[in-house]
Design a protein around this ligand. Structure first.
Ligand SMILES: [Zn+2]
Ligand SMILES: [Zn+2]
Length: 819
């Protein structure tokens, strides 16, 4: 006697049990020694350890776990690593809050330790959530970018890129967040439409008269270095080369022409300040204009702003307007909608400051990025243009230095005497120049023995943009190229311009090779109201709440079925609940089937006497296999999920199982052979369902597999069983047509009973079926037993001609039931 699936089940116990057992059984270990199976490597993005595994991350991780599980069953030696992208400003801010201190009040290593402690705690919580979601990660690969061993890789990549000429130190305008007090890269700048006031301001000409300019930032007037007009603008041609006073200062500047000036904007006359926006940066470079810095790192006016020094930009703006009014220089003020550049972390409008920083030459790689992005497979395809367009739009190199503490140090020192730059050698790293001197006796330039460390640190993206190589084993494993490029890089649609882009430029620069073969893009999770999910919108749902109500397998179904890959997915409780009800339906089916299979052992050598309905379900299961395989091959998780659920629920459970129950219960009447054939079909089709579902609902399928199939199939986990290959011999178009007809008749008879409010097992004394034509009549006759058994009919008469009675949809068949 074989074991049966118990009637009751507790999804939480089942999920918990398998999460522990999979780890104990080493089900998901990458086998470094295996040289036979092809490898499949996933460039799992190391998440930022905020402590909360929100629904957006649930979406990401479900996607790539489905891919990992599917590929494993396809016979790949799957490499599914997990790391943590630890550094960053939010941790610094939280530590300052928690300990009531400022990062500048403590020695850097002490502050670092506080950050590490907080990150460690947050990682614990998130790791627990990833495990609860049932992700098939190889946890022996776990790493943290804040560990010295990871520093070593980040710093080594810096050293190598420096030696290759990709890294330079220079004074350039950079995006600066005055709240975060750090330089930020173009990729960290977001754009928001805000309403601003456009001020019309008179600039007195040295000769006579005045020019009126329009600006939203009058506080920048002290930094005005020129006034410009379009060379083709007839209105202002005559002013070219004239001098004008800069209001509130004692300076005069020259009026120049520049075709970048839009004659349609404002008055057609603009002031160029250092710097109001990126256009100013271009003009300054083009006309070799001086730079007057009037805003500092904290967003306050500098000494260069004269009487406004020390004010915030807002205060300075107000004071400036008052002064202009007094002097009679202020014209009209009108509201204007404006794109404002803001910091992506804190949404503070950014300033453009000229700073000495470290840069990586990324623009020189533009055409290579484009070529490689186009050669990469993207799911969905159109997402590749996001990367290409971004790379093309970049005007500045990547600023990689940050003015923070909790980050990877830049392995650089300067000679105290001559300022010579000393770069760490590859074998010095990991090293913190703030704690250690360079390992040389004296400055190679002047012989001085005193050095000062680089105090700036690296952008966090500089840590996380080498994962493809690091995951593969660079630089320690000799054959790391075996896992490089990664087979898939999964990424959110919002971080293509950061994660996918930085990975591309770093690996191209370091290894002259693209980092990934394909990109799997997920959209955003929207809140229950269709807006993006955000705590402040009141539409936020915590993953913990979802897991604790319905478990992981139901949640994963919401992800997989929620929409096309790459599209935004709204969170809907009913979708998760539907997933949950599907699991109950599947469980009940497995319970029934396993009870019916207690005396059955499959024997592939036996020729089972398959009846039309058995052939029908087996053929349909093959077609399902093809559809699901095709969908998973192209990362169309929603199609795969819908196909399996519809088949399981409506075809297998509602139709086939109902139609064969009588044969199972009455072998004496139908014959043991027919019962065996049904058992064989049930056994095969349920196994197929479990296999196809395994990547999507890994826990429940494993539980059923272990109870019903493990002994005969012999794989220690359903997740290590080979993905079903299409059995063409089982596809039987005739049997499908035949079965569809029988099932439609049965369904219609049962529907009539239900409409008449009769129990389904109510006997029909006589069922007269008008088949409409001879061929159909013969087919119905062949399956007479199935119809009478399922519909509890005492006597069936099949008439080839047409007649009266209830219509059977999509056939010319009618029937008359007498009770
Ligand atoms: Zn900021
Ligand atoms: Zn020197």
């Amino acid at each position: 006697m074989k074991e049966a699936v118990p009637k009751k089940f507790n999804i939480f116990e089942v999920e918990d049990k398998w999460q522990k057992k999979w780890e104990e059984m080493d089900v998901y270990r990458f086998d470094w020694k295996d040289k036979k199976r092809p490898t499949f490597s996933i460039d799992t993005p190391p998440p930022y350890p905020s402590g909360e595994f929100h629904m957006g991350l649930v979406l990401n991780w479900t996607y790539f776990d489905i891919v990992a599980r599917y590929k494993r069953m396809r016979g790949y030696n799957v490499y599914f690593p997990q790391g943590w992208d630890c550094h960053g400003l939010p941790t610094e801010v939280e530590v300052e809050k928690l300990h009531g201190t400022k990062k500048t009040d403590l020695p850097p290593d002490e502050f670092r330790r506080l950050c590490e402690k907080l990150v460690g705690k947050n990682i614990g919580a998130m790791k627990k959530a990833i495990t609860s979601l049932g992700c098939s990660i190889d946890w022996t690969t776990e790493y943290k970018t804040m560990d010295p061993d990871y520093w070593r890789r980040t710093q080594l990549s810096f050293v190598l890129l420096h030696k290759k000429g990709f890294i330079y130190r220079g004074t350039h305008p950079v995006n600066w967040c005055p709240r975060c007090e750090t330089a930020i890269a173009d990729a960290e700048v977001e754009y928001e439409t805000r309403t601003a006031q456009l001020h019309y301001i008179k600039f007195k000409l040295e000769d006579d008269g005045f020019l009126t300019i329009a600006t939203t930032r009058p506080e920048l007037i002290p930094a005005c270095v020129t006034v410009a007009v379009n060379p083709h603008d007839e209105r202002f041609k005559q002013y070219n080369g004239k001098k004008t006073h800069v209001p509130t200062t004692s300076r005069t500047v020259e009026v120049i022409t520049d075709d970048l000036v839009d004659p349609e904007f404002g008055t057609g006359v603009v002031m160029i300040c250092t710097y109001g926006d990126k256009a100013d940066v271009k003009s300054v470079a083009k006309h070799k204009l001086p730079v007057i810095t009037c805003i500092d790192e904290k967003g306050r006016m500098t000494q260069n702003a004269g009487k406004y020094a020390g004010m915030t930009t807002e205060e300075a703006k107000k004071a400036m307007i008052e002064d202009l009014k007094k002097e009679g220089l202020l014209g009209k003020i009108e509201p204007i909608n404006q794109e404002v550049s803001v910091c992506w972390r804190c949404h503070t409008p950014i300033e453009i400051l000229e700073k000495e920083q470290w840069f990586m030459k990324t623009r020189v790689l533009g055409s290579q990025v484009e070529k490689n992005a186009l050669e990469t497979i993207w799911y969905p395809d159109y997402m590749k243009y996001r990367l290409v367009d971004w790379a093309k739009s970049l005007e500045w190199d990547w600023v990689i230095s940050r003015q923070r503490v909790f980050a990877t140090p830049i392995p650089i020192w300067y000679c105290k005497k001559c300022n010579e730059i000393v770069l760490a050698e590859p074998d010095w790293v990991p090293i913190d120049p703030r704690m250690e001197n360079p390992r040389i006796d004296k400055c190679p330039n002047c012989g001085s023995k005193e050095f000062k460390p680089e105090r700036d640190v690296l952008d966090t993206w500089f840590d996380s943009s080498i994962t493809c190589a690091v995951h593969a084993g660079w630089p320690d494993r000799e054959n790391w190229k075996r896992l490089f490029p990664a087979d898939v890089h999964p990424s959110g649609v919002d971080i293509i311009r950061t994660w996918a882009y930085y990975l591309m430029v770093r690996h191209l620069a370091l290894f002259n090779e693209k980092p990934y073969k394909s990109c799997l893009i997920n959209g955003m999770v929207l809140g229950t109201d269709g807006r993006s999910m955000h705590k402040s919108f009141g539409n936020y749902v915590a993953s913990k709440e979802v897991f604790s109500k319905y478990g992981a397998d139901a949640t994963r179904q919401w992800v997989a079925s929620g929409g096309a890959t790459g599209s935004d997915i709204p969170f809907r409780w009913p979708d998760v609940e539907y997933g949950w009800r599907f699991l109950i339906k599947l469980w009940n089916a497995a319970c029934f089937v396993s009870n019916q299979l207690k005396d059955f052992s499959v024997n592939e050598k036996v020729k089972y006497v398959l009846q039309p309905l058995d052939k029908w379900i087996l053929s349909k299961a093959e077609k399902l296999t093809k559809k699901v395989t095709d969908a998973l091959e192209t990362c169309q998780f929603n199609i795969a999920t819908e196909e399996i659920r519809n088949f399981t629920w409506h075809v297998f459970c509602d139709c086939y199982i109902e139609a064969v129950k009588d044969k199972l219960y009455k072998p004496g009447f139908y014959g043991e052979e027919k019962r065996k054939a049904v058992q064989y079909a049930l056994y095969s089709v349920l196994y197929r369902i479990l296999q196809l579902l395994a990547p999507i609902t890994p826990h429940v399928t494993e539980e059923m597999y272990q109870i019903m199939y493990v002994q005969e199939k012999g794989f220690k986990s359903v997740h290590l069983s080979p993905w079903p290959t299409l059995n063409e011999k089982r596809i039987d178009e005739e049997a499908e047509k035949h079965g569809d007809l029988i099932m439609t008749v049965i369904t219609e008879v049962r529907r009539e009973k239900a409409e008449k409010r009769m129990p389904l097992n109510k006997q029909i004394r006589k069922l007269t079926i008008y088949a409409g034509e001879k061929g159909i009549a013969e087919r119905i006759m062949e399956a007479k037993e199935d119809i009478s058994g399922t519909c509890k009919v005492a006597e069936i008469e099949v008439i080839p001609g047409e007649g009266d009675g209830r219509e059977v949809a999509s056939y010319k068949v009618r029937f008359l039931a007498e009770y």
